[in-house]
Design a protein around this ligand. Structure first.
Ligand code: ANZ
Ligand code: ZN
Length: 824
């Protein structure tokens, strides 16, 4: 028998696919379209099997949909700008471009060896001039429409990476990449006004019925909408008013202090001269604190009394004004009204500084004693000590108080979002330069679209200075003002790489178009993406930014859809030795090694078989061995029947024995199962179990029936259909089988098989029912019925019941396939 040599077969068919261009997607077709997209990788090194999982899932979808008659767009590319390339440049002295291109060619080779059905004509890299030209174009569209602006901002700064980090890139106060504690710097930075879209980004989540609920929840929390009121508290002895945002206007009568964020400009304004020095010391200390930690409930509260008082506008009470470490400048108004009885952080603060605690919400079934309380009562209840609102249920009170505040002109309804504008400036080299020019006469001038791209110069020096290498590059910096022609300077910041990846799914449609980022007609045909597949680590930022940019381009008239991804699938991770794979832990499983040892088809099948694809799974060497053994068995089985079916056709198939009928029933029920497993939501692992089951049945038949009695037409039907349903999972193997069967064309160009519902029907037989030796009834039952099931059916027959008539059944005898005898 022919030996299974996966590497040979795989290389051969990959070449054929490439030469015949079978995966090149026509821009238009009679067929319905299907856009299957996987998240493109960051080319920082070689791929591990976790990436492979992403691409294999995508490939199953793409191959299946192709066989289902869709015109499938399945592209691949690289998120190629970013910090690691630049750090490599500093550490190893390689130019970021060289480093990136080298990694890209390694990854491309790795992916090609997996036999993924990408349209390689559409390959893109975000660091290509022909790509980033259009990233810059997108910046200009936002700028021209007031959605890109520059401001001095307190930014997160990583002292090790020497760069600004977006809030999103700070995890527990530490740099997401290197783990160093993040500090604060004030710099002029470019922002995208994503907050203008907060409400739509939130509401439109409801349209996304094809997204996992947990991802939508993460997006909702990130946007963080709060409704409440803004209220002004006049400062005693001054014209200044402190504006606060609260979600609990029902607690207004319980305010016993005010607190300002350390960064609030009001702090300097209100502090009396004699307290300035102490204040400075305090501010220096708390501004150092981690901005994320210091606002948590557990964090130690620290405050500084400004020596001033504010007046509660609802009852005229005089309350002290503090600066407190747990107030953030970036949220609400940067100031709060302190209600210790009903807010835990205020409670801790009040206890520490001896501030009175005043109860204004009474639990429905109890009393609160401010002296004995051990924590704030944050729940609902009845308003007490609250002037005209005393006795009102607190939930209703919120609405009523807001209306009352608005009538009196003391406050107004307010909605706040946690979402901040998107900081896109990076003081780094390896990114798309922000297309802005500064002219002394004309101010900030956008680069005219016809002058794009603003090219990254190649000859730059990489020094760990914290300033962009572009800012030392006179040739880059010096330019002419597009308006007055005078001497001017280029912006030297580059864009956050999340900008690059916020629109790449549009570029795949027209990857090499050079006068437009995309052709609106084409994009409107292909998008939204029908199935997006990627890791849950991108559940917030990348998806939110992509949704935002899509909405902006929609509003500007370029797109006729405003959500980019109709269906989203987040795959689980692959662990090794109980841990996430990483180079530093030395537990990375390389796809190349696995392909070397077992072939790509085994690797693909194992990754899909190890667990439901949305679940995390643990890599097991024994597991891949097992799948490989199955594939060898499949191979051997195929070559056992091949001589018997090679010249055969399915036409004229007839079944004579029950064993043949049963085998055909198995075939068709497994076609049905695999189809439903794929359609019904990525149940690839059980689809593969189905394949295994079929091979078992086939082998039982082959060993149970003498070779000269094999039903060749039936075996031919099995061989053909098995090959077809196998083909998305193990495409090389399937291609080889298809060829061996003497079929015309490639398996990838075939239609998905449909099952024969008739084959699924179970044959029935007639059983006579005797009672005390006399035939009294007859019953039709499936041939493979068990005695137990049969007995149940028999005993429920009306005629049988009549004869038994409450008497005890002494015996129930079943002569298989013929007769039942009941003795009463
Ligand atoms: C008074 C009050 C009484 C509050 C009470 C809560 C309970 P969310 O839901 O997250 O929007 N707050 C407002 N701005 C703040 C800032 N810049 N830094 C820190 N805390 C701030 O939270 C809104 C609540 O968080 C607001 O409602 C305010 O405290 C506080 F029984 O006002 B509350
Ligand atoms: Zn000018």
């Amino acid at each position: 028998m022919k030996e299974y040599r996966p590497q040979e077969i795989e290389e051969k068919w990959q070449k054929v696919w490439e030469e015949k261009g079978v995966f090149h997607t026509p821009q238009r077709s009679e067929k319905p379209k299907y856009y299957a997209l996987v998240m493109f990788p960051y080319p920082s090194g070689t791929l591990h099997v976790g990436h492979v999982k992403n691409y294999v899932i995508g490939d199953i979808v793409a191959r299946y949909k192709r066989m289902r008659g869709y015109n499938v767009l399945h592209p691949f590319g690289y998120d190629a700008f970013g910090l690691p390339a630049e750090n490599a440049a500093i550490e190893k002295g390689i130019h970021p471009e060289e480093w990136t291109r080298k990694n890209i060619s390694i990854i491309r080779k790795q992916v090609k060896r997996l036999g993924i059905s990408y349209d390689w004509n559409r390959e893109i890299a975000t660091c290509d001039e022909e790509y980033y030209k259009w990233t810059q174009w997108i910046f200009l569209q936002l700028y021209k429409n007031g959605l890109a602006y520059k401001k001095k901002a307190a930014v997160n700064w990583c002292p090790k990476c020497k760069t600004v980090l977006a809030n999103e890139q700070v995890k527990d106060g530490k740099c997401e990449r290197c783990g160093t504690s993040v500090t604060i710097k004030h710099l002029e930075q470019w922002f995208f006004k994503i907050t203008d879209y907060a409400e739509r980004l939130l509401n439109d989540l409801e349209k996304l019925t094809g997204w996992p609920e947990h991802v939508k929840t993460m997006q909702r929390n990130w946007i963080g909408k709060s409704t409440g009121a803004e209220i002004e508290f006049p400062v005693e002895g001054s014209d200044t008013k402190i504006r606060v945002f609260t979600t609990r206007p029902d607690t207004l009568w319980g305010v016993t202090f005010m607190a300002l964020a350390p960064e609030s400009p009001l702090v300097e304004e209100l502090v009396p001269d004699d307290r300035k020095e102490d204040l400075q010391a305090f501010l220096e200390r708390v501004k150092q604190q981690d901005r994320f930690k210091r606002t948590s409930v557990e964090a130690e509260k620290e405050g500084f009394f400004l020596g001033r008082y504010a007046v509660n506008p609802v009852n005229g009470e005089r309350v002290p004004i503090y600066v407190a470490n747990y107030i953030l400048m970036e949220y609400g108004t940067g100031a709060i009204m302190g209600v210790p009885a009903h807010d835990q952080r205020d409670f801790a603060f009040a206890r520490k500084y001896g501030i009175p605690i005043k109860v204004v919400i009474k639990p429905v079934d109890g009393e609160l004693d401010p002296d004995k309380m051990e924590e704030a009562y944050e729940g609902e209840g009845i308003m007490v000590n609250s002037g005209p609102f005393t006795g009102t249920p607190s939930k209703e009170g919120i609405e009523k108080v807001i209306n009352w505040l608005e009538e009196k002109g003391i406050g107004k309804r307010s909605v706040q979002y946690k979402l901040r504008d998107w900081l896109i400036s990076r003081q780094r080299y390896w990114g798309a330069p922000i297309p802005i020019i500064y002219c002394e006469k004309c101010g900030t001038v956008p680069v005219p679209e016809e002058d794009l791209p603003v090219r990254l110069p190649k000859d730059v020096e990489f020094l760990p200075t914290g300033q962009s290498p572009l800012s030392f590059h006179e040739g880059f910096k010096k330019t002419k003002c597009p308006i007055c022609g005078g001497e001017a300077q280029r912006e030297t910041d580059t864009m956050d790489t999340f900008v690059d990846s916020s629109w790449y799914f549009l570029r795949y449609v027209n990857p090499h178009l050079d006068d437009k980022p995309f052709e609106p007609d084409d994009v409107n045909y292909w998008l939204p993406v029908d199935q997006y597949i990627g890791g849950v680590e991108h559940a917030i930022l990348h998806l939110l930014y992509s949704r935002f940019i899509t909405k902006v381009l929609h509003d500007l008239g370029y797109l006729n859809f405003d959500e980019p991804f109709t269906n989203l699938f987040t795959q689980g991770m692959i662990y090794k030795d109980g841990a996430k794979m990483s180079k530093s832990k030395g537990n990375v499983v390389s796809p190349d090694d696995m392909i070397e040892k077992y072939g790509a088809d085994t690797l693909r099948m194992y990754i899909l078989f190890m667990a439901p694809p949305e679940k995390d799974a643990e890599w097991s060497d024994a597991g891949i061995e097992g799948v490989h053994r199955f594939i060898r068995r499949l191979w051997n089985t195929f070559y056992t029947i091949l001589p018997h079916v090679k010249e055969e056709t399915v036409e004229g198939l007839s079944l004579t024995t029950p064993v043949e009928k049963e085998l055909r029933r198995k075939l068709h029920s497994i076609i049905k199962k695999i189809t439903e497993d794929i359609e019904g939501g990525f149940k690839f692992n059980t689809a593969i179990s189905g394949l295994m089951e079929l091979i078992n049945h086939l082998n039982q038949y082959l060993s149970g029936v003498p070779e000269d009695q094999w039903n060749r037409k039936l075996l031919r039907e099995i061989a053909e259909n098995l090959t077809l349903v196998l083909s998305p999972f193990a495409p090389h193997l399937a291609e080889e089988f298809w060829h061996e069967l003497g079929q015309e064309g490639l398996v990838v160009q075939q239609s998905w098989p449909s099952y024969d519902p008739k084959a699924l029907e179970v044959e029935e037989m007639e059983i006579a029912i005797q009672i005390n030796g006399k035939v009294r009834d007859k019953i039709l039952v499936p041939v493979d019925i068990s005695e137990e099931e049969l007995k149940k059916m028999v005993m429920e027959r009306e005629r049988v019941k009549e004869y038994i008539d409450g008497k005890t059944v002494k015996k129930f005898i079943y002569v298989k396939g013929r007769i039942v005898n009941i003795v009463i």
